[in-house]
Design a protein around this ligand. Sequence first.
Ligand SMILES: [Zn+2]
Length: 181
Amino acid sequence: MIRDQPLPYAGRLQPRAPAGVDLVVVHCTELPDLATAREYGERIVHASGTGNSGHYYIDRDGSVLRFVPDDRVAHHVRGHNERSVGIELVNTGRWPDWFDSRRQAMTEPYPDAQVDALLALLAHLRTALPGLQKIAGHEDLDTGLVAASDDASKDVRRKLDPGPMFPWHAIVPACGLERHR
Ligand SMILES: [Zn+2]
């Protein structure tokens, strides 16, 4: 069910004890497809020879891939990486004009196959990571602003994922984790 596709630098990410992981952070890729998300994940952007990615990626058809093992710290959310596991849902989001003040709506729905796969992954993770207690959206944890790309006098949110189309009402009661903001 989970396909292991470790990033080339996964072995250089900081090791951690899976028992210390208490938080799931839900993201969307804000990119057109899984192949593009993989390209972004593979990019080296840190001095440690690593990049930014979630642990898990779920495609629109419900395919689940693991880019980073649970016992490594992935760079997916400012300030909460060591304690959390990051799950990225493939979804267009604001791509390709992430910071354009006129293009901030996130309108692509999350298909049932993708939501069902997320619920199955969360059930699996609650067994693999018994310290898990909370679930948050990236938008809940990173509320930073950046100047809009079309008008520097305006600010837009740096992170808005997974956004208003994400079905929290279906996920939270079913997953057994508490929403954390
Ligand atoms: Zn995110």
